[in-house]
Write a protein that binds this ligand. Structure first.
Ligand SMILES: Cc1cc2nc3c(=O)[nH]c(=O)nc-3n(C[C@H](O)[C@H](O)[C@H](O)COP(=O)(O)OP(=O)(O)OC[C@H]3O[C@@H](n4cnc5c(N)ncnc54)[C@H](O)[C@@H]3O)c2cc1C
Ligand SMILES: NC(=O)c1ccc[n+]([C@@H]2O[C@H](COP(=O)([O-])OP(=O)(O)OC[C@H]3O[C@@H](n4cnc5c(N)ncnc54)[C@H](OP(=O)(O)O)[C@@H]3O)[C@@H](O)[C@H]2O)c1
Length: 281
């Protein structure tokens, strides 16, 4: 039988009517141990189902070194029918109780070693669609707090500018990288807005289109991503992590496969790969 733990919601930041950042603190004992890239299972009893507990997975946006709370970012699923758990979560308030099961998940664990046992020092590129940014917010803060010197670039795709959920935090991390120098902290963050024609997005001056367009070469030359990092990405120098809709994963692989990149799911006989992903599907 599954035994749920209890936590208290301590912080609710509604970014828009269907997007929320939430923090929770376990009622009994410390924040559980977890690794950057993992998800936690949350649950609430559903009155419409006779109090049956509905449980769902949520990527953890906070980082393992943060022992104060677990943070998540949640989309309220409205169509075609209101989601069973997210509708309840969007009615929850600071001080309310929520159930949780311990963090788990292997798909987006940070790769530390190459198949030959050498340390993996390749540049890291994280591509997050919508709330699929969450595991990479954890990556960035984890790398920062553990003084990891690897180069890390986060690309976020959203339909609307008010869905750039961690713009402040990630911009501050990039500014710190500029101030300290890339030998100390090597971080960049860029976003793409996929509905630039909409009035609400009229102030957007950055990349337009879905997030995978960062990988599309311009006129046979460098892609916007390669222009940003000032280097060609190859399977020898780059490791990618992708989280989002299956269409985002497929779109990214459409650009990477011709360059010889392989996913962990399709790793080569020698155990090598350059892409890890977790899809919404
Ligand atoms: C590893 C992992 C990590 C995740 N991380 C996050 C995260 O960080 N943030 C986040 O927001 N989400 C995340 N999710 C998604 C999350 O787990 C839930 O799937 C999501 O929140 C929807 O849950 P729900 O109970 O509200 O919707 P559900 O009730 O499960 O509904 C799901 C879909 O089915 C439709 N539906 C429901 N009932 C019917 C019906 N009778 N007929 C037709 N359609 C129906 C709903 O409209 C909706 O589109 C993650 C999922 C996984 C697997
Ligand atoms: N790890 C997981 O499994 C996980 C993690 C987080 C969220 N989720 C679940 O995923 C659902 C939606 O997430 P969201 O609201 O964060 O995403 P979203 O805001 O709807 O979309 C994010 C970006 O992805 C693009 N997109 C939409 N559909 C696409 C497709 N089929 N192929 C390629 N790109 C696509 C959007 O472009 P357009 O503007 O063109 O639509 C937008 O730029 C939610 O139900 C959430 O619960 C799952």
């Amino acid at each position: 039988m599954v035994v749920d733990n209890k936590a208290t919601i301590t912080y609710v930041q509604l970014l828009k009517e269907d997007l929320v950042i939430m923090r929770m603190v376990p009622n009994d004992g410390p924040v559980p141990d977890y690794k950057a890239g993992q998800f936690i299972t949350l649950g609430l009893p559903n009155p419409a189902e006779g109090g049956k507990i509905v449980r769902r997975a949520y990527s953890i946006a906070s980082h393992p070194e943060n022992r104060d709370y677990i943070e998540i970012v949640i989309r309220w699923v409205r169509k075609p029918l209101p989601g069973r758990l997210t509708t309840q979560i969007f009615n929850a308030k600071e001080g309310d109780e929520i159930l949780w099961l311990k963090p788990t998940g292997r798909a987006l664990l940070i790769n530390e070693e190459l198949p030959n046992g050498e340390k993996d020092t390749r540049r890291i590129i994280c591509i997050g669609g919508g709330t699929g940014l969450a595991p990479f917010v954890s990556f960035a803060q984890h790398f920062h707090d553990t003084n990891d010197k690897r180069e890390i670039i986060i690309l976020h795709g959203a339909s609307y500018i008010d869905e750039l959920s961690y713009k402040d935090l990630l911009t501050n991390l990039e500014n710190e990288s500029i101030e300290r120098g890339k030998d100390e902290w090597n971080f960049k963050y860029r976003a793409a807005i996929s509905r630039p024609q909409e009035w609400f997005n009229r102030s957007w001056a950055g990349q337009v289109g879905r997030v995978e367009t960062f990988l599309r070469p311009r006129d046979g030359g460098m892609s916007p991503l390669e222009e940003l990092i000032g280097d060609k990405i190859t399977k020898e120098n780059t490791m990618l992590y992708v989280c989002g809709w299956q269409g985002t994963i497929d779109g990214v692989m459409d650009f990477l496969k011709p360059l010889g990149f392989a996913t962990e799911h399709d790793k080569r006989e020698d155990g090598s790969f350059e892409v890890k992903y977790e899809s919404y599907g």
